[in-house]
Design a protein around this ligand. Structure first.
Ligand SMILES: [Zn+2]
Length: 263
């Protein structure tokens, strides 16, 4: 577990209490990446690009995260528009489309030495502008050891405290997109974690976005992977397996609710 005080400086809307949090506005002028405003000190337009990668649908740029969760490496990926005159970042919302999912899977497969992550709105995303994360794996994360049981067309995680779906390589884009689209249409938040050769999909209980077991922030991909990031010293000192299990059960849809949501 990591205690990351630096991340407490992150300029996000402070949680307003337990349960569902306020929506992030979709407007470009409210974009926390200040994607069209180079005058803002944290604007994407002022950050150095590390690399471009051409994924099946868009070119994506990797940028340093202004507020890293891992000192060994934490990058943001955003679609980039490149022409001879200048670089720009189209203000697309943090909502998945099938092309974005296809790009996510390609990125996850291409960077199998790292974790590739997507947090939706109300599931840990703090910016309403499409972005993925790459975080160093450093010897692996607990979720890589979770097994799964087949239930109809799905593989449900078992012996892991959070309920979720598992897709192993070769990951079937159509199947993953169908599940994601079905959840998004019901406004069910979700997280994607791509580890070496497998994708995990978590459907979230929006009414347990902020929970008392995890004060100070919304649990997101890193927490669900089993590597906890917290800025709260008290939590760091007191977290135990029982508390984490309770937290994970709260934030994710349980087996019956998940199967029902998937139809
Ligand atoms: Zn933006």
């Amino acid at each position: 577990m990591l205690w990351n005080q630096f991340r407490a400086l992150k300029p996000q809307v402070r949680p307003a209490g337990l349960g569902r949090q306020a929506d992030y506005p979709p407007g470009v002028n409210e974009c926390f990446f200040a994607c069209q405003n180079p005058a803002h000190p944290l604007s994407l337009l002022r950050r150095d690009r590390l690399v471009h990668i051409s994924l099946p649908n868009e070119p994506w740029a990797a940028l340093y995260n202004a507020f890293p969760v891992e000192k060994d490496g934490h990058f943001l990926w955003v679609p980039v528009a490149i022409d001879a005159a200048k670089t720009g970042y189209p203000h697309w919302l943090q909502i998945l489309t099938k092309p974005f999912v296809e790009d996510f899977l390609a990125l996850g497969k291409a960077t199998s030495a790292a974790l590739t992550l997507f947090n939706s709105l109300h599931a840990g995303a703090s910016v309403n502008h499409i972005h993925f994360h790459t975080v160093a794996r450093r010897g692996g994360v607990p979720i890589e050891h979770a097994s799964a049981v087949a239930v109809g067309p799905y593989h449900l995680l078992e012996n892991y405290p959070a309920m979720g779906l598992l897709y192993e390589e070769p990951v079937d884009l159509d199947a993953v997109w169908k599940a994601i689209d079905t959840l998004q249409r019901q406004a069910i938040p979700l997280n994607l974690i791509y580890t070496e050769r497998r994708l995990h999909l978590f459907a979230r209980d929006i009414h347990h976005e902020m929970i008392e077991e995890f004060p100070g922030g919304v649990m997101a991909c890193m927490e669900l992977s089993g590597r906890l990031i917290t800025t709260e010293e008290h939590f760091y000192a007191n977290a135990d397996q029982q508390l984490l299990s309770r937290a994970f059960r709260k934030i994710t849809l349980g087996r019956e609710a998940l199967l029902k949501a998937l139809g």
